[in-house]
Design a protein. Structure first.
Length: 274
């Protein structure tokens, strides 16, 4: 059977007696128009390698395979093995690995060539996965990821906006970030409590060194841990007013107005003082 001859996703789920499990953050996209749009926004095609986290019933996987890309999918829920075996039989370009995406070595999966990360992420591990991909040893060619709308806002908002915080600083220090599609809760089966959005991230050519990224994580944890306090107070244990001045910033500013470049300067000043 080829991809085009596969039965609908709903039929396939029913035939395998599968239902969504809350513990795995499962909210499925069963409308191929939606998954095809995500694949289009990801901009992948023949010759590209995609790593997809959480294929589940395989709706997004089908859309990605239709572009001609080669897909390595990582799924934690073993219940999907028979269903995904059928999808593998329909496409020579799909390889499925049953593992926890938090623990897989993407460098080994990518085998030394560029790979694009695309996923309708499980809500419960979306943020830790993103931090792993942005600060770990492997750099994706691009990331096209579905998050809860509130997390998408935290990723893309600028200083002074409500959702700007630690996650946005780490993302924007390493990538260009754009919210490219809003997806209402009703598009999922079962519908989650909140709406979602797809963000597209492109790693910057000049990625901060691992040492700078580690320092950035420490600085942002302290600064946004007490986001209403002035930097000279929230960063007291890391160097306080002297550290903030060494970074060329105003010690009276609060974390929520400091731009990403300011946090990188703080990370550099902290490294220099260690
Ligand atoms: N891609 C499918 C879709 O769009 O319909 C399913 C998306 S569902 C939101 C998240 C998927 O991630 C589920 O299949 C779930 O089993 C899987 N998952 C959850 N935690 C995971 C983990 N730590 N590693 C790999 N897959 C995981």
């Amino acid at each position: 059977m080829s991809l085009a001859d596969l039965p609908s996703l709903r039929e396939t789920l029913e035939r395998h007696g599968l239902w969504a499990k809350k513990a795995f953050g499962q909210h499925f996209l069963l409308d191929l128009n939606v998954t095809r749009k995500i694949a289009r926004l990801a901009g992948v095609g023949a010759g590209d390698h995609v790593i997809e986290v959480g294929p589940g019933p395989g709706g997004l996987t089908r859309a990605l395979l239709e572009t001609g890309a080669r897909v390595t999918a990582v799924e934690k829920d073993e219940r999907f093995r028979p269903l995904l075996d059928e999808l593998c039989a329909a496409s020579p370009d799909l390889n499925v690995i049953f593992a926890d995406a938090l623990k897989v070595d993407e460098t080994a999966l990518a085998a030394g060539a560029p790979a694009h990360l695309i996923s309708n992420l499980p809500y419960n591990v979306g943020t830790p996965l993103l931090i792993k991909w942005l600060t770990g040893p492997w750099t994706p060619a691009s990331l096209t990821l579905m998050f809860q709308r509130e997390v998408a806002d935290r990723i893309t908002q600028a200083p002074g906006e409500d959702a700007y915080g630690r996650l946005g600083v780490i993302v924007q220090a390493t990538c260009s970030a754009e919210r490219v599609m809003d997806v209402p809760a009703r598009a999922f089966t079962p519908p989650p409590k909140v709406d979602s959005a797809v963000v597209r991230l492109k790693p910057l050519p000049e990625r901060p060194s691992p040492e700078r990224l580690e320092a950035l994580q420490t600085i942002t944890a302290a600064a946004f841990g007490q986001r209403r306090k002035m930097l000279r107070s929230s960063l007291k244990v890391l160097g306080g007013e002297a550290l903030v001045e060494a970074a060329g910033l105003d010690p009276h500013d609060r974390a929520e107005v400091v731009p990403v470049a300011g946090f990188l300067a703080l990370a550099d000043a902290w490294i220099a003082r260690r």
